[in-house]
Design a protein around this ligand. Structure first.
Ligand code: IPM
Ligand code: MG
Length: 364
């Protein structure tokens, strides 16, 4: 039997509620099979750790999780700590430290979800956004001078490398090729940003030659927001820079019905390091500690984690359980207009997976 070693990092806010829920689902799954087991190790990094130690995670933290098979992450963000500290001190430290350069964000309208677009059937919206996750606008290159003086100046330089663009383009073309429609849209802004984005476009053309069976087109990022709303079925796989995809993926999640549902994987495609899976919602301090968080984004992230481990049947079983739960509006959490709690949604998924303990509790 294979034992997968999983690091859990709940982080802040509702991350502390949804990550244990995700772990519960993985344990329920393991209890129904002899094929694999999980060995979890939890890390209490985040805002509370920062208040005690002055850092979001220990300096040698990456070494503690380097040998894991995958990481399940909650969220980083604390009302009392500046966002750039929580982000750079934890999530980006892991993403960049482990060179998880491909951020993958699938979006679909799940059964039972009331999505906001009038003229969009559920099957019209089935996208995967590939976000460049290691450089670009998030490279951290820049600085401030003359702080506090009238002549103060600040820069954030979007740094793009040929190697960085080539590898994300190749990843996106390969992903598009693996999907039934074999369709890729490359998002750009080379009409206004005339250096890095022009190189981005050129590299897209070069890499496309390796994938003659993939149909692809180019769309300006501003126009792509309108296209997502007016012609959702014209899109399938989408590749964009770090910041462009950050923005487009929130729009995608909202168009699919709720930010509480959307998952993401921070992937090292070369598997030199563990990849990290997380819901895209933030720490949501307004509802933390109340048991109201929607765990579906984490469960879908768990599906991506299982796929990454090569456990495709298990991934399918969890996705089917999640879809059965979203189809039942009595199991909708508050973000979906319902009243179900995190615990109720989690128990329902575990029961559908056939967990012996959940089945016994239901029969009692
Ligand atoms: C995301 C988030 C983060 C990002 C925030 C929390 C810094 O919005 O994962 O999309 O911008 O990368
Ligand atoms: Mg975002």
């Amino acid at each position: 039997m294979k034992t997968y070693r999983i690091a859990t990092i709940p982080g802040d806010g509702i991350g502390k509620e949804v990550v244990p829920a995700g772990q519960q689902v993985l344990s329920a799954l393991a209890s129904t099979t002899d094929a694999f087991a999980f060995e979890f190790e939890n890390f209490d990094w985040g805002g509370d750790y920062y208040r005690k130690h002055g850092v979001m995670m220990p300096d040698n933290g990456l070494d503690a999780i380097r040998d894991k098979d995958a990481i399940l992450f909650g969220s980083a963000g604390d009302p009392d700590i500046p966002d750039h500290i929580t982000l750079w001190g934890l999530r980006l430290k892991i993403c960049q430290g482990f060179d998880q350069y491909a951020n993958v964000r699938p979006t679909r309208i799940l059964p039972g979800i009331d999505a906001p677009l009038k003229r969009c059937a559920p099957e019209d919206l089935n996208w995967v956004i590939v976000r460049e996750n290691s450089e670009g606008e998030y490279a951290g290159v820049g600085g401030r001078v003359h702080q506090g003086h009238p002549i103060e100046a600040a820069t954030d330089v979007s740094m793009m490398t040929r190697a960085g663009v080539e590898r994300i383009m190749r990843f996106a073309f390969r992903l598009a090729q693996s999907r039934p429609r074999k369709l890729l849209t490359v998002i750009t802004k080379s009409n206004a940003q005339r250096h890095a984005m022009v190189m981005w476009d050129e590299i897209a053309v070069q890499v496309s030659k390796e994938f003659p069976d993939v149909k692809w087109d180019k769309e300006l990022v501003d126009a792509s927001t309108a296209r997502m709303i007016n012609r959702p079925a014209s899109l399938d796989t989408i590749v964009a820079t770090n910041l462009h995809a950050d923005i487009l993926s929130d729009l995608a999640a909202a168009l699919a019905g709720s930010l509480g549902i959307a998952p993401t994987g921070n992937i090292d495609p070369e598997r030199r390091f563990p990849s990290m899976f997380e819901p895209i919602h933030g720490s949501a301090f307004d509802i933390m500690g109340k048991g109201l968080a929607n765990p579906v984004g984490t469960f879908w992230s768990v599906v991506m984690l299982l796929e990454h481990l090569g456990e495709f049947d298990a991934a399918k079983r969890v996705m089917q359980a999640v879809e059965a739960v979203t189809a039942d509006t009595s199991l909708h959490t508050r973000d979906l207009g319902g009243q179900a709690t995190t615990a109720e949604v989690t128990a329902a998924v575990c029961a559908l997976l056939g967990e012996p303990a959940a089945a016994a509790a239901r029969a009692a």
